[in-house]
Design a protein around this ligand. Structure first.
Ligand code: GDP
Length: 353
């Protein structure tokens, strides 16, 4: 068979129309809408709820009840899911926020991340079941696409719980570490803490989300922006639920006796960089990595376990068939011996008569 692929130059091109393919894909996906699931973890009071509200300009935590110190001593990690629909220029996004109140709050936090890990696994399991079932067309994807992990600004780098938690989850979810409440640190402190945390992440072998490598034909400005993004990890963030009025301008910020902190000012924090990255530039990549790497790992593990179980089951049933044959053989032998004894008894009886 001859397989000819011919590319015409623009001058002698006959128009077929497949150039509209991206438009067709665009129309279809826009109609379907987009989904994204974001998880937040970190101890109570690090500003998780405030940051989520600031990121998506919502008020997700209106009915929230913060437990007191006594309640938190033996607290276990709850998993709470908030879902909101956001629409912008006709594009719909169903955003799910998975909150983990109680994380790192109890006196004994050895298994704080176990609930988080179980939750992520359950979503994979549900997807795996749905995918292998009959109604594959209408699968709801609840897999966790990204975990914003909040690190305290008051410690000296990562705490043991941060290391253990990130290590327990890094094969299952895209982790983006955040340096919380960055307005409580000076610029120099932010810089040195970031450096230390990046070193520790490397030293402890924690695989956080890796920004994709730029293609060589990408323009220089794009490459520079991507490098800045990589060098900013962990993003130093500030959140606020209130609008500040200062010098005739209104903005989300925090007002102190000595001045005002603007949440969206790139000089004050990496908040804008985080939001742009999450929403504008890397949302699809976070979903792709979840599907192609984390979910694939889970799926491969599942199939491996199932195959192992089937082999064991088959071995067991083979073994029971052999046991049955052996038993029948022994029974037959015993029967023969019995018959022979009976015959002998009969013979000896007729001999004595
Ligand atoms: P969560 O328990 O982690 O959800 O923390 P919250 O969002 O409820 O915030 C706890 C407290 O920290 C509240 O008083 C917030 O106003 C405050 N807070 C939140 N974000 C920041 C921040 O970026 N900087 C500072 N200084 N305080 C913050």
């Amino acid at each position: 068979m001859l397989n000819v692929t011919r590319y015409h130059g623009d001058q002698d091109k006959e128009y077929v129309g497949f150039a509209t393919l991206p438009n067709q894909v665009h129309r279809k996906t826009v109609k379907k809408g987009f989904t994204f699931t974001l998880m937040v973890a970190g101890e109570t009071g690090l500003g998780k709820s405030t940051l989520i509200n600031s990121l998506f300009l919502t008020d997700l935590y209106r009915d929230r009840k913060v437990p007191n110190a006594e309640e938190r001593i033996g607290q276990t990690v709850d998993i709470i899911k908030h879902t909101i629909g956001i629409e912008e220029k006709g594009i719909k996004l169903r955003l799910s926020i998975i909150d983990t109140p109680g994380f790192g709050d109890a006196v004994n936090n050895t298994a704080s991340w176990k609930h988080v890990e179980d939750y992520i696994d359950q979503q994979f399991e549900q997807y795996f079941r749905d995918e292998s079932g009959l109604n594959r067309k209408n699968i709801q994807d609840n897999r966790v696409h990204c975990l914003l992990y909040f690190i305290s600004p008051f410690g000296h780098g990562l705490r043991p719980i941060d290391v253990e938690c990130m290590k327990a989850l890094h094969e299952k979810v895209n982790i983006i570490p955040l340096l919380a409440k960055a307005d409580s640190l000076t610029q120099a402190e932010v810089y040195s803490k970031k450096l230390k945390m990046r070193d520790e992440i490397k030293q402890f072998g924690i695989n956080i989300y890796q920004f994709p490598e730029c293609d060589s034909d990408e323009d220089e400005d794009f490459k520079r922006q991507e490098q800045i993004l990589k060098d900013s990890i962990p993003f130093a963030v500030i959140g606020s639920n209130i609008q500040v009025d200062s010098k005739g301008r209104k903005f989300r910020g925090r007002s102190y006796p000595w001045g005002v902190v603007e949440v969206e000012n790139p000089i004050h924090s990496d908040f804008l960089m985080l939001r742009n990255m999450l929403v504008r530039t890397h949302m699809q990549d976070l979903k792709d990595v979840t599907r192609e790497i984390h979910y694939e790992n889970y799926r491969a593990q599942c199939i491996q376990n199932m195959t192992r179980m089937m082999v064991q089951e088959r071995k067991r049933s083979n073994r029971s068939a052999t046991d049955f044959l052996l038993l029948s053989f022994q029974l037959r032998k015993m029967q023969e011996v019995l018959e022979r004894i009976q015959e002998q008894m009969q013979q000896s009886q007729t001999g004595t008569c």
